[in-house]
Write a protein that binds this ligand. Structure first.
Ligand code: MN
Length: 228
């Protein structure tokens, strides 16, 4: 085997409640998956067409660590999201089998340089600089799923400095977890380690240095950070 010129970047590993660590592969993010958030961004949800963008594994920041305010933005936004963690891959996965690919769930923050994303939208350019940057995917520990029962009744919530900014129930998602896995698997070959950030409810907004963020979903392990 050929020697490497330099060591590969380490894969982020998410802690798992009661199990070994979860090495992160790709991070797929769903756009406009809550109708009230789509509306606050000036859109209606298109039931016919979910759409996606990605964050890269090196953009992961573990919950509990501080997030340095990122460069080239003056409008850093929080987006609180359910993270679905896959431990089985595949393509063209039928909806009826999709839940067998789910390892568990977590709380995540899709941090967004909203001004750069807005400029990209205006110019019909990719969203990468607004979405996939250092520390932009803040992820909490994973909780293994307990059976395939629906988690639609769980409350998803984000508090900033103790004040609730976002709150909804997971059942408000336009696209269900099995629908998203089935659809994504027609676009990409999914692999164990892949994560799906399933979109954010209404109430997104700016954060500033000094702000403390805490996101919760039911009794999953929370995601927490402080902007510094
Ligand atoms: Mn998002």
């Amino acid at each position: 085997m050929t020697d490497l010129l330099f060591p590969p970047r380490p894969t982020p590993v998410l802690p798992v409640i009661g199990a070994a660590g979860f090495p992160v592969g790709r991070i797929f993010c769903v756009g406009r998956n809550y109708a009230d958030h789509a509306r606050e961004m000036g859109h209606e949800v298109d039931r016919e067409a979910p759409f996606y963008f990605t964050k890269s594994a090196p953009s992961v920041l573990q919950s509990g660590q501080d997030m340095p305010y990122p460069p080239r933005t003056s409008d850093l936004h929080h987006e609180m999201e359910l993270v679905v963690a896959l431990d089985q891959g595949g393509k063209d996965i039928p909806q009826q089998q999709a839940m067998a690919h789910v390892f568990g769930y977590g709380c995540g923050l899709d941090m967004t340089r909203r001004d750069l994303q807005a400029a990209a939208k205006d110019k019909r350019r990719p969203w990468d600089t607004g979405k996939d940057f250092d520390n932009a995917a803040i992820l909490g520990p994973l909780t293994p799923k307990a059976g395939d029962h629906s988690i639609d009744d769980l409350v998803i919530r984000l508090d900033v400095n103790g004040e609730t900014r976002q709150q909804a129930t997971l059942g408000d998602m336009v696209w269900s977890i099995p629908e998203l896995i089935a659809d994504l698997s027609t676009l990409y070959t999914l692999h164990p380690g892949d994560l799906i950030m399933t979109g954010t409810p209404a109430g997104v907004g700016p954060v500033m240095p000094g702000d403390a963020l805490r996101g919760t979903i039911g009794d999953f392990a929370p995601v927490e950070t402080r902007i510094v």
